[in-house]
Design a binder for this molecule. Structure first.
Ligand SMILES: C[S@@+](CC[C@H](N)C(=O)[O-])C[C@H]1O[C@@H](n2cnc3c(N)ncnc32)[C@H](O)[C@@H]1O
Length: 283
């Protein structure tokens, strides 16, 4: 994320690799020897651009970037992707009941980064399925590895743009919660349009969220926190859980995230926002 101060770093020994998200990856990396141009990096793993040309190019809240995949992450991607991962191709509607083996509650987390906090929340609440979405290949491998090592069976990893997932692949009223922790702040004014938390995004998310579903956002970027509070408070489909209409104390179920730690090291103040999807069926 070149223009953002938030840049995930893959832990562990790095193996040099090409552009993770570009279809023309070349050269040696953790997934094996040099590949001919155009050949996928992980044949049975996440696709470089899963929705491809099926959907119009929109302003994206993420930026494809060079990323290094460690041998452990590559191994997890190769072995576990067929079982626990899927591409956001926008071509089918998901059966969450089947995907999460009958779990009654499913929450969506957008932008899990390296996935440590996601794995922690999954371990703390095994009856809730976590649909974890990101475009970041090392993070996908990291989260799959964490899930396996910790015996977690309630995490599924989705590769691609969460907007397409929300718009094309989820049934109405199928989610019990939405988590967006430390989304890219896109600090430059000309990039504010790339920020995820906007009125249009909230309207899109309102469809798969059940009435009463908790929408939980957190950021260490003061001015983005103000924007989140403003757009969430103004949106007709959401209500603040806080009687004073302000920020929420950090709930015990949210662990410290990697980006939060980086923000705190810089002296940033973290804000949590806890809203509910209103029941609009009577309106
Ligand atoms: C700044 S990082 C935060 C990661 C993590 N939540 C944390 O706090 O450590 C934001 C992440 O959101 C992902 N992201 C941004 N927009 C996205 C989208 N539309 N769909 C899927 N992932 C997205 C980025 O790839 C990045 O990994």
């Amino acid at each position: 994320m070149s223009e953002s101060p938030h840049t995930p770093e893959a832990p562990g020994p790095e193996v040099s690799g090409p552009e993770a998200l570009g279809p023309d990856a070349l050269g040696p990396d953790a997934s094996g020897p040099a590949r001919p141009k155009g050949e996928p990096r992980f044949p049975d793993g996440p696709a470089p651009d899963p929705a491809g040309s099926h959907f119009e190019r929109r302003i994206r809240s993420f930026q494809p970037r060079r990323s290094r995949v460690t041998t452990g992450q590559a191994d997890a991607l190769q072995r576990l992707w067929p079982k626990w991962g899927f591409d956001i191709d926008g071509q089918r509607v998901l059966d969450l009941d089947e995907l999460f083996e009958g779990r009654k509650r499913v929450v969506l987390e957008i932008g899990f980064g390296m996935g440590e906090a996601t794995a922690q929340m999954a371990a703390d609440d095994p009856d809730t399925g976590i649909l974890a979405v990101d475009v970041h290949t090392p993070g996908q491998g990291n989260l799959l590895g964490l899930a396996e090592r910790n015996g977690l069976t309630n995490v599924r990893v989705a590769n691609g743009d969460a907007i397409i997932l929300l718009r094309e692949m989820l049934r109405p009223a199928s989610l019990d919660g939405l988590r967006v922790y430390f989304p890219d702040p896109w600090p430059k004014k000309r990039h504010h349009k790339r920020r995820l938390i906007q009125p249009e995004f909230l309207s899109l998310a309102a469809v798969p969220l059940r009435p009463g579903a908790l929408v939980h956002c957190a950021t260490d970027w003061e001015e983005y926190a103000e924007q989140m509070l403003e757009v969430l408070s103004a949106h007709p489909y959401y209500e603040n859980t806080q009687p004073d209409g302000g920020y929420a104390p950090r709930p015990a179920f949210r662990p410290l995230t990697r980006f939060e730690g980086q923000g705190l090291d810089k002296g940033h103040v973290v804000h949590d926002l806890l809203f509910r999807r209103k029941d609009t069926t009577q309106d």
